[in-house]
Design a protein around this ligand. Structure first.
Ligand SMILES: [Zn+2]
Length: 514
């Protein structure tokens, strides 16, 4: 297999349809306009990575090299996402670390020098998340996105307005108009706030410049992306019940040594089914959850939303996670999605529970230092597992039997470890694995296969949660380090199992029915 075919083959093709029956005709009629708007976002995103890429993309799509077409469709350019955006084609360069946010030959010195000679206002525009830096007559200059991409945005505006004119839901109509306006004026904040407040809508279109991951020069320039999602109000109601019962759920989290929990509770969560994406959201690895907006003012004054993308999470689970569990157990361990979904959800909830401050008021993160993330991720996982076991059937949490909970949890362990056992999430999963193995919940057979045994599961989850909360509440950084040294080191059993997973897809390649 060629390197190009190999890179594509790591992503398994999956078709994603959606339940049309829940949508009214006016909403269905708006979808084609929103789809066009999101395709416009894709054009901008291509240009953001490299000027001229939209034209290259069209050429490739008009050609007959099917392998290349598949690659370009999946990764939105000639660069491999798992290869750190190196070009996999001899005829193209690697993705510049500046993308096209800056002149490709810019240096830090030139940047600093330019800033030094600027007014406060000019500086602010240079540092803005939403401006492109160009060189004019040898001098750097910032141009706001809404000016730089005005042509593409005018089209996007028209399509969003057309969608707004069709839909009858007042909240949705107002948001679409506000967002369209925000995109062409560069005032994103008002419509970000409108989006956070928007509650009773059939669909949730998210569209705009958001994340800054692609900017490898300064880490400040946002890429455009778009998500079109159908809101699942039935699952949302369950979440609401969980939210209402947060106090009761929090009681199962110990607060040792007079530590204190955070106030404020849980981020508002919404369950959706994704039916289309554009821009960076359509590139490579699919997000199965996200939280927006990033604007600090909106987060502080209005709030934010946490989006759980049910159908994408399920497609990933069925394609990758289930297969992982089957592979390392020779088919003995059968994971299923529903407990896994609630596990992921309660993981997010659990981040807000348990010790947040020590007796003297020091935030736990500060007290533990560099190992905090690994400890906190392990706490969120273990808190989630324990809450499914202890509160299942109450407080909005569905009741699953222990075996199902354990097997889905087990599958998730190896899914995370696969992305790196030394990264914080991976390390947390190694801790959980080693603890459960010590308590006899996970067993390794002589041939290296795994088995699960739920007999001691509740006690094992409880003791680990207590230990993690104790570390957060009173351990020194050295004690936290020693704990991780003991539990976060992957043994031969884990490493051998990970070796067996090479032919299981890394992620999915989505084809939308829309
Ligand atoms: Zn987490």
């Amino acid at each position: 297999m060629s390197k190009v075919a190999e890179a594509v083959a790591k992503f398994k093709k999956v078709s994603i349809d959606y339940d049309h029956s829940g949508l009214t005709d006016d909403v269905k009629n708006a979808l084609p306009y929103l789809k066009k708007a999101m395709d416009g976002i894709t054009r901008i995103f291509l240009r953001q990575q490299s000027e001229g890429l939209p034209e290259v993309y069209d050429e490739v799509m008009a050609g007959n090299d099917e392998e290349k077409k598949e690659f370009f469709k999946l990764f939105m350019g000639p660069w491999g996402q798992l290869e750190n955006y190196k070009s996999l084609f001899p005829e193209y360069n690697d993705r510049p670390r500046t993308c096209a946010f800056y002149p490709v030959d810019i240096t830090k010195e030139e940047w600093e020098e330019a800033l030094a000679g600027m007014t406060e206002e000019e500086k602010e525009l240079m540092m803005d998340n939403y401006s492109v830096i160009v060189r004019e007559n040898g001098k750097l200059k910032a141009i706001p996105y809404h000016v730089y991409f005005a042509e593409e945005l005018a089209d996007i505006f028209d399509n969003m307005e057309a969608a707004a004119n069709v839909v009858e839901n007042q909240e949705l109509k107002e948001y679409l108009l506000a967002r369209a306006e925000g995109l062409v004026t560069g005032n994103y904040r008002d419509s970000d706030a409108t989006w956070v407040r928007m509650k009773n809508v059939p669909i949730d279109p998210v569209i705009g410049p958001f994340e800054v991951y692609a900017d490898d020069f300064m880490g400040i320039k946002a890429t455009y992306e778009a998500f079109l999602m159908v809101v699942d109000h039935e699952k949302g109601a369950r979440l609401h019940e969980i939210e209402q019962n947060l106090n009761k759920i929090s009681e199962i989290f110990p607060l040792p040594a007079e530590s204190k929990a955070a106030v404020g509770g849980m981020a508002p969560m919404i369950v959706v089914h994704q039916i289309y994406t554009g821009g960076e959201a359509a590139q490579g690895i699919m997000a199965s959850a996200f939280n927006l907006p990033n604007d600090a003012w909106v987060r502080g004054n209005v709030g934010w939303k946490q989006i759980m993308i049910y159908n994408i999470m399920k497609a990933k689970f069925d394609t990758c996670t289930v297969k992982i569990a089957e592979k390392v157990s020779h088919g003995r361990i059968k994971a299923d999605f529903d407990p896994y979904f609630y596990f992921v959800l309660m993981h997010e909830v659990s981040h807000g529970l348990g010790p947040a401050y020590r007796k003297d008021g020091t935030p736990v993160a500060k007290a533990i230092g560099k190992n905090y993330t690994a400890v906190e991720e392990a706490k969120a996982d273990t808190g989630s597992l324990y809450s499914l076991l202890k509160c299942g059937g109450k407080y909005g949490i569905p009741g699953f039997d222990k075996e199902r909970i354990l097997n889905s949890f087990f599958a998730g362990l190896f899914r995370s470890m696969r992305f790196g056992v030394h990264e914080a999430h991976g390390a947390a999963n190694v801790v959980e694995y080693n603890w459960l193995k010590e308590k006899g919940v996970i067993k390794v057979l002589p041939n290296g296969d795994f088995e699960t045994d739920a007999t001691n599961l509740v006690e094992a989850a409880e003791s680990l949660l207590y230990e993690l909360c104790r570390i957060e509440a009173e351990a020194t950084p050295e004690e936290a380090e020693a704990f991780l040294k003991k539990y976060a080191e992957p043994g031969r059993d884990i490493l051998d199992a990970l070796d067996k997973l090479v032919e299981i897809p890394i992620d999915i390649r989505v084809e939308y029915a829309l």
